[in-house]
Design a protein around this ligand. Sequence first.
Ligand code: HEM
Length: 464
Amino acid sequence: MSNAMPSTDAAAMPPRPFRAPAPVPHSEPLSFFGFIRTATRNPIEIWGTRAFKEPYVVGKWLGVPNIVLNEPRAVRHVHVENPKNYVMQPLRQRLLRPLLRDGLLTAEGQLWRRTRKAIAPVFTPRHIAGFTEPMAARCENAAERLRGMAGQTVDISHETTLLTFDILQATLFSDDIESEPNEFARSTAQFLGSMGRVDPLDLLGAPDFLPRIRRLRGRKSMLYFRSMIAETIVKRQRQMEKDPNGVPPDLLTLLLKADGLSRDEIEDNIITFIGAGHETTARSLAWTFYLLSQAPDELRKVEEEIDRVLPTLDHPSQYLDALPRTRAVFEESMRLYPPAASLNRTALRPDRIGDLEIPAGSTVLVMPWLIHRHEMLWDRPDHFIPDRFMPENREKLDRYQYLPFGVGPRICIGASFALQEAVIALAILMRSLRFEFAGSKQPSVIQRITIQPEDGLPMTIRER
Ligand code: HEM
């Protein structure tokens, strides 16, 4: 009989699989003011233990029924079978519409249908494959810059945001912006900063004419930001008139060639792509590096795949299909930290899902944050287990239990763009670099539009 004790080294290793940090759900309901305080500071902390265990949770806020759906069958009903009955929730629209106006994310009804139809051809697989070269080139630049900083500790979340912003600039405008690049980056950051915060007045359903202090501050920077985009569009239009074949094949050119979009609508959609399309991917990349730094076995498997497969590929358009483990790690990171935590809708007419009544006017929430960590749906829901997303296991997942990009007619139009970008970024960065977590405690997770680390993710850069 062996009486071997675990070695101190083994005891010091992080537990395997790694349990991904998250706010601890409260077991008692929050008071009225506790709710406002929590929802303003960090909305994901309002959820109690029941929300992670039960098929649905029904509550009321200011007299309006609030229904959280956790069952895949119910998600399918709302988002696929009867989506016409579920419009965007007014609070979400109040926050986003002043910034994104008639862009696809905030458009509704006939305007949304027309815009989606016009923009869908911009995101075809052929066009997205066409973006792999600028994506890879920007990732190579980032890898070189980070190699030059080896040994230093950086906020990896900031670094991934710089990278995805650079990729967005390259794929949207081919760097041809009517502004000095740093000025554009600063202005974008200010604009995005004004997007994230929920104002207590919004939660109380206060009318729109009451000024929201936080948002007033953002107004000037928003107008400046818009004027820069408008000038960039005019410049490109002139170039296209002069020489239609001489313009770069980027998203701006594709939008200008799309049928049925006015110039204002193109502006709104460019701003929407900037708002929806880079911070999301950046956060997931940063969480992926963090999770891998805590799970040495998983890190080793991804590095092995990248080292073995990358030298056999001739073009970055092959990466997504050829690197299933790299993709699985990114998908598991989006499960644990879905950048978009919540899909918020309001029921127009009464509806019924099984024995659950949905009164007209109810707020109906489908929350990746809850569904992705739900005890009914996942084995060890809080643990980092990328194998769940390996091709041989994927079929075991219900289509409606994993929703990082939403589902149904309003599914993210940039999903393939984002997945491709993420796998290219992971492959190119991890080929020569490794990131070690340098925080003194586990990161706190906060929702500010996206799910993010409250105080950044300090990581030390190492060359491999
Ligand atoms: C990891 C990256 C991303 C995540 C997690 C993400 C997530 C989402 C989600 C959950 C929705 C649906 C919202 C709802 O139903 O209420 C959505 C919609 C949308 N996303 Fe993304 N997104 C990502 C990247 C991108 C990119 C790269 C772009 C554009 C370049 C983009 C543009 C949009 C647009 C325009 C919509 C609105 C679609 C519609 O309503 O028809 N997203 N995204």
